[in-house]
Every structure is written in C-alpha cells, then in structure tokens.
Design a protein around this ligand. Structure first.
Ligand SMILES: Cc1ncc(C[n+]2csc(CCOP(=O)(O)OP(=O)(O)O)c2C)c(N)n1
Length: 188
C-alpha cells in the first residue's frame, strides 16, 4: 500500500505539464504542499464532479492533457460521471482515483470500496476503455506514463492508505485559484 502524498510526488512531473483538477480536502492540500501551479484547480465542495469538470476542459482544450485527481467517496457519489466520461471518451483525459476506502476529509467513514466495490471494474463496465488498479507507486507511475503514451481515456485506481495532511486549509484562497486558473486556461 502507498501513501497518497508519496504517490503525488512520484507523478508530480506529469502533473506539472498537465491541466489538473482535484477534489477538495486532503488531496488538494497534499498537492499544494508539493507545489501549487496556475494550471492546478481544486474543485471545492462539488463532490463527485471533478471528472465532469475535467471532461469539459478536456473537450474544449483537446490539445492539452487533463489529469483529474479524484477520491473513492467522490466517485461513488456520482457513478454516472464515469458513464459520461466513457461516452465522450476524451483522449486527453486521465482519471486517477485515490482509493483510501474512506471519506477521509470528513472524518474517515468507510466507503463501499472497503466492503468490496471495485472502482476500476465499475469504470470498465461504464465503458472507460483503459482501467487498472495500482497498489504500489511504481505501478502507478507506469500506469500514468502508459496512459499518456496511449493518448486515450483511462481510469487508474490507486489504492492508498487512509492518511492525510495535518490541516486541509491552505493559504490559497478559493477565488484566487478560480481566477488564476481561468486566466491560465484562457491563454491556452
Ligand atoms: C455534495 C457534497 N457532499 C458532501 C460533501 C462533504 N465532503 C467533503 S470531502 C468529503 C469526503 C471525500 O471523500 P473522498 O472522495 O473519498 O476523498 P478523501 O477525503 O478520502 O481524500 C465529503 C463527504 C461535499 N463536499 N459535497
């Protein structure tokens, strides 16, 4: 099993060169602790919709790569998002789901992946053309690099420990991130 912070550090070079949309909470704070960039957007509150926002950006910016950093609880809240992703199949979108089997950011309640639900299998059944589950950092890095080289929609589930940062609030304001990201996108 890997720690998400280590996993994020390992794929950070790929994130730097991509448009990144994350869910709120632990993963957003961890990515910011490694290094915020103007091409990173941390979607607040709208649980389950990071892949939908990533889809819209990927379709409107087909020459840019979009990486969505999702969570098991968020995906489970909007499973229909996987079917929509698969329907439009943006070749420039990679969907990474950090599966800690928990709603970590609100106290750590167990999700359905802790009782056997398999998000890579669900994504595959939804029609996502390439899916896999990585349990080690090396496998995650290979899966991300393969997805980039293949240039096709992929959902990569990374099984991670249910640990997060000490604090989720960072000094990057919501509106600051919103305007900075929008400006960055407009220049593309
Ligand atoms: C629609 C909606 N419901 C509830 C919340 C409260 N909430 C914020 S983060 C979170 C848990 C997210 O879990 P997961 O996607 O597994 O990510 P993790 O926190 O484990 O990294 C919840 C329930 C929310 N932001 N939006």
């Amino acid at each position: 099993m890997m720690r998400r912070l280590d996993a994020l550090s390992a794929i950070y070079p790929r994130l730097q060169e991509s448009i990144v949309v994350t869910i709120m909470g632990a993963v957003a704070a961890e990515l910011q602790s490694i290094g915020h960039q103007p091409n990173f957007f941390y979607l607040q509150h709208a649980m389950g919709l990071a892949s939908s926002m990533g889809l819209g950006i990927a379709l409107s910016r087909p020459s840019q790569r979009v990486i969505v950093l999702d969570g098991d609880g968020s995906v489970l809240m909007n499973l229909g998002g996987l079917t929509t992703l698969a329907r439009y199949r943006p070749k420039n979108l990679i969907h990474i789901v950090f599966d800690n089997e928990s709603l970590l950011s609100v106290g750590g309640f167990p999700t359905a992946t802790s009782t056997g639900s398999d998000l890579a299998a669900i994504a595959h059944a939804a029609g996502v053309p390439h899916t896999c589950t990585a349990t080690e950092i090396e496998a995650l890095v290979v899966a991300v690099n393969d997805a980039i080289a293949r240039h096709d929609l992929a959902t990569i589930v990374a099984k991670v420990e249910a640990v997060g940062p000490a604090a989720y609030v960072t000094d990057l304001g919501l509106l600051e991130n919103r305007f900075e990201f929008q400006r960055w996108l407009r220049q593309r």
